[in-house]
Design a protein around this ligand. Sequence first.
Ligand code: WTA
Length: 571
Amino acid sequence: MKGEQLESVVYASNMGSYEQACKRFQWKDVENHFTWSRTGKVNMAHEAIDRHVYEGRGHKTALLYCDGQREESYTFMQLCMESNRFGNVLRKYHIAKGERVFVFMPRSPELIIALLGILKVGAVVGPLFEAFMETAVKDRLEDSGAVAIVTTPELLGRIPRDELPELKHVFVVGDCSQLAGEVIDFKAEMDQASYEFEPEWLDREDGMIIHYTSGSTGKPKGVYHVQNAMIQHYYTGRVVLDLREGDIFWCTADPGWVTGTSYGIFAPWLNGATNVIRGGRFSPENWYRTIERYQVTVWYSAPTAFRMLMGANEEILDKYDLSSLRHVLSVGEPLNPEVVRWGWKAYGQRIHDTWWMTETGGQLICNYPEMAIKPGSMGKPLPGIEAAILDDEGKVLPPNRMGNLAIRTGWPSMMRKIWNNPAKYDEYFRFSGWYVSGDSAYMDEDGYFWFQGRIDDVINSSGERIGPFEVESKLVEHPAVAEAGVIGKPDPMRGEIIKAFIALREGYEPSEELKEEIYRFVRGGLSAHAAPREIEFKDKLPKTRSGKIMRRVLKAWELELPTGDLSTIED
Ligand code: WTA
């Protein structure tokens, strides 16, 4: 049916109904799938990898890796053995249950093996996106009190070890002969380590992973997840990703972000699927080649990527055979109806939107394979999940009223704390019995949820979540910058781009060169995705009487909207 652009086909479901899906499979059916039902104890790396070896699937391909230079494949047995080895290395250095160990490197099989080894010793893994620069790396390692990190020679210089007294061990994947300071050679240690290993057996509520993410105030926060989240990863892998025997699954996200772990590692392997991980840069050709080469059947990506693919030359589509695709999904930002329609025309596939957050650990509102899609809607809550729209007092609103998107507390992968910051954690749960997401949305009369925007100032650029405070803090470190306010400016390709309003210190004059210099300062200090693509100089920034920059006024300036109530503004 590829090529037909029939609205009715896009909307209609061909696989039964939402209600049938709800009945087909429930939380309680998967609760006891895991080791704890027999021994009372569990370990994510065992459930995702080793278990398949014990159950006779050891020779099945677990990982297909490529990045343009390397191309490798690993069976479940090989991943089991290699991560056992790294588990032994970590134990040799006395790294134990509950300690935070980070991985900071580009995608590679070693990243995956390291991450699994960390889980095997019961440590809490902290994945860091490879583009992070020194300040971003330091903030996260310092806050979490990380004791060890696995990195590469290229990234080592961004870890300010003198300023991180708790960081005891630095494992380096790559040539260590020329490196300054004390490092541990990953490969040399692995070569000597035994393949025999007994994982640390944990309780369901023991720590598993910490992902740093952004809010509108303060430094990034450490969202802490526990082993119990695996129920949700396994379950959504089955009902939302629709993983079946023989599937080749590809999630395009980096493990530095939650999508890249929950769905780039855990969900597919808990379900025993073959998992594709692609390193290297995005290009339409690279991506389509990956689908064709590995015969990808289930593909999970993001709206910005789909928009870029939509913008690519039409002929590229004819060059590659994408007919292996059976199920396509999206997450991270609003999925435009045009993209859904284009996906139908280009791939013969409905693109299924899914909604969730770092804090939720797994998908919550989704379009299942069984559901009729309403292009532009995020879908409906998973069976067992209660979602609602609340007003600002915490009262549930009727359909078609916009308000705070909230979820009834208690789903398996709900975050268990914000590291070092109980007050921040409590803010999410300010209405008794509800998790308040920070997104605004409404629900229609059929129970579909429609995203409207963020309630706070969090910026979503290309699906990456950026806190304006982190960017502003970096900006004011530049000698020319007196004050800075940062907002998300709507952008047709990236959803939003970062725009900074800057008041200069005395003695500095606005210029294009200065803009460029400030941009590079943030890019080099924090990360490329956090650097403001647009900068505007102002004599003064709007502030409250207590001195807080009013981002909402900046946003109103930008969008040429009324500035609203200014009664709290300083003179
Ligand atoms: C946004 C990524 C619209 C939302 C898994 C949320 C979405 C934030 C969607 C979380 C969607 C995520 N439609 N917006 N389907 N999915 N978002 O923590 O604002 O990086 O609060 O988690 O992304 O981003 P995070």
